[in-house]
Structures are given as structure tokens and as C-alpha cells.
Write a protein that binds this ligand. Sequence first.
Ligand code: NAD
Length: 429
Amino acid sequence: MRTLKLTEETQSELLGNLLNRNPGSYTEYENIVNDIIDNVRKNGDKAVFEYTLKFDKSELNASNIRVTEDEIKEAYKELDPKFVEVMKKSAENIRVFHEKQKRNSWIDTREDGSILGQRILPIEISGVYVPGGKAAYPSSVLMNVVPAKVAGVERIVMCTPPGKDGKVNPGTLVAADIAGVTEVYKVGGAQAIAAMAFGTESIPKVDKITGPGNIFVALAKKACFGHVSIDSIAGPSEILVVADETANARYVAADLLSQAEHDELASAILVTTSEKLANDVSAEIEGFLKELSRTDIIKKSLDNYGYIFIADDMDAAVDAANAIASEHLEIITKDPYEVMTKIKNAGAIFLGAYSSEPLGDYFAGPNHILPTNRTARFFSPLNVDDFMKKTSIISYSRDALCKVHEDIELFAKEEGLTAHANSIAVRFE
Ligand code: NAD
């Protein structure tokens, strides 16, 4: 982790370095993924079974590809009941938060007899990918599925890779049950995305695919976009802490490390107006590194993308925060609300000493699927709107159309579209 004075030069060095986290060429992987998608499109289940045997060493067939009720009951027995209760509380917090995002259809009736409106309906069937492989992510299940349920999506399909024993992680299964997933299939990687995008004999075609995954999953989502909707292509995790002399160095260090442990490409950045805090945070990080697990990953990510910047004043710190547009932004200052009003770009903002970032990862209710790689400048967290579609409603009476028919005909003729003009004119012959 390097400590630098915040200047135009060091800030642009940082922004350039963060962009390095997007490997320039995915060609090698893209070819593999495109082959998998083509094969699943052509051969359906047969291709899915072959890839699952090849990559996950698990033998699938039409009768064991879908998780059964008994497997879900078994999964509950394998988990600590306290963890099940915590997942239920978390799901409820996520539900309550996302309920506030719901929007209603509207109709606007005007005096001239015209009616305009917007009908908002949920998509019919959504698909969620849940990574298997190296770890389990029940929190990811809740964050992807609960907003879809709140939106009113009736059928929610989940794909997740099986282990060699043919089983799915019990935490993932119980989270799926709590969140209201309709059906779970034991399929991972690009083949799962292709199956949900195009449908196979066993797996239904969905309208939208959400959820994180490795490079094969991310590229498959990108390739299938257009045939289905997708949420986003998630990049490595990021935290930015903006702090002044009032911040507790131990808390700040702990929060930076909480994101650095995700992977070697994760970024953890502190921008502070206090040189003393900068030094104290460095020392605390060294101390924590002696106590925590995953220190190999943490050390690499801090070496690659860990920064402490000392800013001249809070305005300079805020400008840097807006340029970085971090996935997670913590503001730990004397008056964090005042600083927050100046922040334009961030996925989620955590205010004050007791709003540590993992609170948002697991529990508070706002979604933890957030824009990364500076895309908070134009993207938003996963939300209920992602599972809704909007249809415009237009209804004019003869009188209403009569008042404007000449304007429309003129517009159409100016564009050289005489049939358009005619379809209006014919009503006033
Ligand atoms: P995964 O489920 O994403 O991938 C496993 C699948 O990858 C396998 O089923 C297989 O089909 C496929 N695969 C593996 N090797 C392959 C190869 N050589 N060719 C073709 N396909 C291959 O699980 P994972 O690998 O553990 O990755 C999980 C990822 O999800 C991590 O990168 C993690 O950081 C990310 N993640 C991100 C978030 C987030 O919110 N951003 C949350 C959780 C997980």
C-alpha cells in the first residue's frame, strides 16, 4: 500500500492503474465461450451434460439436473440454524428496502380527450447465476432474487455448478429457498448462461440473467445480451474511504482490508486530509495482516491497487472521490452528511464510523450488486426496475387528433415518409 500526496498527477496515475484491472484482450476466453454457447444452442441438454462432466466432474442427466425438494430439506439440516435465521432477517431487510423502489403504472387524461400513460409490468421469468467453484455466496442469492420477487416476477430460475459429488452448496440452496427461487439447476459456467438464454429440454429460456461469476460466466452474459437482458458485467470489488482527522484509524484500516480480501484485483483506497490518520492507518493495516486469513490475496491487492492519498483539503478529497466513482464509498468525517451532498458518483455511500461496508454486503437492505470500474458515473445498483418493463399507452379522440394532424403530417413529409403522413391525413379526408 503506497502513501502519496493527492495531486493531479497522482490522481491520474491512480485512475490509469485502476483501468489496468480490465485485461485488454479476452480473445482467448471469448472463443471458448462462443463455442460453448453455440454448442448449447444446437444440442441443448446433451451439451450441458458434457460440459458439466468436463468442468465440474459431475454426471448430469435429465432426472438429476434439477434440485429436488428433498435436497433442499437436506441442505437446511446441514446449516447452523442461527445462520438460517440470519439469512431470513437479511432477506426481510432487503425486501423492505426494495419495496420502496416499486413504481406504479400511470394514466394521464387530458381535457382534449387524449390519454397518455405508462404501464409497468414485471418480466415473466428471470434467471440468476450463483457462482459455485471456490466459495459459496448465499448473500448474492438474496441480493439477486429478492428484488425480482418484489418486482412480481413469477418464475425465478437459478443455475449454480454442482460439486464433484453432484451436490449444490447448502448455503446457496437454503438462501434460494428463503428468497423464493422457483427452480434450481445444477449447471455452472458459460453453459448455464447459454442454457438460460436459449433454453434446453430441461432448463427454461429466461427474459433476464443476473448474478456474478468468473470470466467464462461474465463473457457468456455479454455474448448473450440481446437475446436476453443482463444486469451488468461486474468488475473487481472496490472501496474508497474519505476521512478526516476525526476518523478512527483502526476502523478505517479494517474496512479497507474487508474489500482487499476479495481478490488480487480488488482496490482499497483512502483519501484523507490528515497525515496523522494516513500514518496510523498504515500501521493498523500491518497489525491486522498478522491476524487475518487470506493475507496472500490481501497483500497482492494492496500492492497492486492499494493507495493512501493525503489531500490538501476536503474539497480536493471530494473531487478525487467523484473521479474515482467507487463501488463502495465510506465517508468518515466530522460531518459526513455535508460531505455526502457533494458526492456525485458512487455505487453505495456509507456514512460515519458505524456504517462499515460489510453492513451493506450482508444485512442493511440496499443491494450489494453495485457498479464497478468507475461506471457509477452512469450505472446504478441492481434494483426493482431491473426486473420491470415499461410500455407506453397512447389514445387520441378524433377531436384531439384533429387539432394536431397538420403538424404531424408536416413532420412526416419533412422526413420524406409520405405513408406516415398519409396514415394521419386519411382520417381527415
Ligand atoms: P463460477 O461458478 O463463476 O465458475 C465455475 C464454472 O466455470 C464451472 O462450472 C465451469 O463451467 C466454468 N469453467 C471453469 N474452468 C473453465 C474452463 N477452463 N473453460 C470453460 N469453463 C470453465 O465460480 P468461480 O470460478 O469460483 O468464480 C466465482 C467468481 O464470482 C469469482 O471471480 C468471484 O470474485 C465472483 N463473485 C463476484 C461477486 C460480486 O458481487 N462481484 C460476488 C460473488 C462472486
